[in-house]
Design a protein around this ligand. Structure first.
Ligand SMILES: *[C@@H]1O[C@H](CO)[C@@H](O)[C@H](O)[C@H]1NC(C)=O
Ligand SMILES: *[C@@H]1O[C@H](CO)[C@@H](O)[C@H](O)[C@H]1NC(C)=O
Length: 263
């Protein structure tokens, strides 16, 4: 019952909100596109649901993310994601084509990224051997995307969850930031946003993780950790290398404190 009310509310929000330039897809369209959500088309398991590859009737290849409507977290992230990135257009942000709210399902439709996530490219079994120029290009791409989020558009936001699994790569290894489920708007009148802490351990800036003070610098810190992972080819979050995690964290925090003190 509650779910139903919520779904109707979401539907209302999505179909009537003037400012949102989000396409609505029908369940049938997406069912046809993904061959009835065939496991063979599954690209991965995201934070709150599965991601499937699909093809629209006009030939556009898409990625469909299925969020669990059972969890309120899923609902929140769904609304947040649509609100945050529909209408945003930048070569280093994953494009949201639209969404679908039907049959107790919340679905988000994105552009398809051929090379999957940066995490997979760096640490995966079938890892592409990334050469230095490609690694540099990826770093620059993420930085451009963040610059745009922080300063480049009319709305300013903090992503809050920059990590290698949330950076996707297209066929030419252009990096695009994805997953805006935790993103927060940031207005410059306030020096920082106080908010419930969310994000991923190992990527969180110390002042945010310890005191909940959120500014766009939190993303910059996470980017630094990602950059270290790109350069070293080692993951901060793999259990196997827990010694490495400590090294990274200490190194990250030291570098960060050094930077703050030098300004
Ligand atoms: C195919 O349809 C999608 C969704 O309606 C649209 O965004 C895209 O531009 C279309 N592609 C072409 C090639 O017409
Ligand atoms: C690096 O890899 C990319 C993508 O595989 C390739 O296009 C490029 O030519 C390579 N550059 C060098 C210097 O090997």
């Amino acid at each position: 019952m509650l779910i139903k009310v919520l779904m109707n509310f979401l539907w209302y929000l999505i179909t009537t909100a003037q400012g949102l330039q989000t396409n609505c897809f029908t369940w049938r369209q997406l069912q046809a596109a993904t061959n009835n959500f065939d496991q063979a088309n599954k690209l991965g398991e995201g934070g709150f649901g599965s991601v499937f590859k699909g093809e629209l009737s006009n030939g556009t290849i898409i990625a469909v993310k299925q969020l669990s409507s059972e969890s309120s977290q899923g609902n929140r992230e769904f609304v947040n994601e649509i609100g945050m990135i529909s209408g945003l257009n930048h070569p280093n942000l994953v494009k949201l084509y639209g969404c679908c709210v039907e049959k107790n399902q919340l679905l988000l439709v994105y552009e398809y990224m051929e090379k999957n996530s940066l995490a997979l490219a760096l640490f995966g079994k079938s890892s592409h051997k990334l050469n230095w120029s490609t690694r540099q290009k990826i770093c620059v791409g993420i930085a451009r995307g963040l610059e745009f989020l922080h300063h480049g558009s009319t709305i300013k936001m903090v992503h809050r969850d920059i990590k290698t699994t949330n950076v996707l790569l297209d066929t030419d290894f252009n990096a695009k930031i994805s997953d805006f489920g935790l993103a927060r708007l940031h207005d410059e009148e306030h020096s920082h946003i106080s908010t419930k802490i969310a994000g991923t351990i190992g990527y969180m800036a110390p002042e945010y993780a310890l005191r909940g003070q959120l500014t766009e610098k939190a993303d910059v810190y996470s980017f630094g950790i990602v950059a270290m992972e790109i350069v070293s080819g080692r993951s901060t979050v793999k259990k196997k290398g827990s010694a490495i995690i400590k090294v990274y964290l200490t190194f990250g925090i030291r570098a960060y404190l050094y930077l703050i003190n030098s300004f």
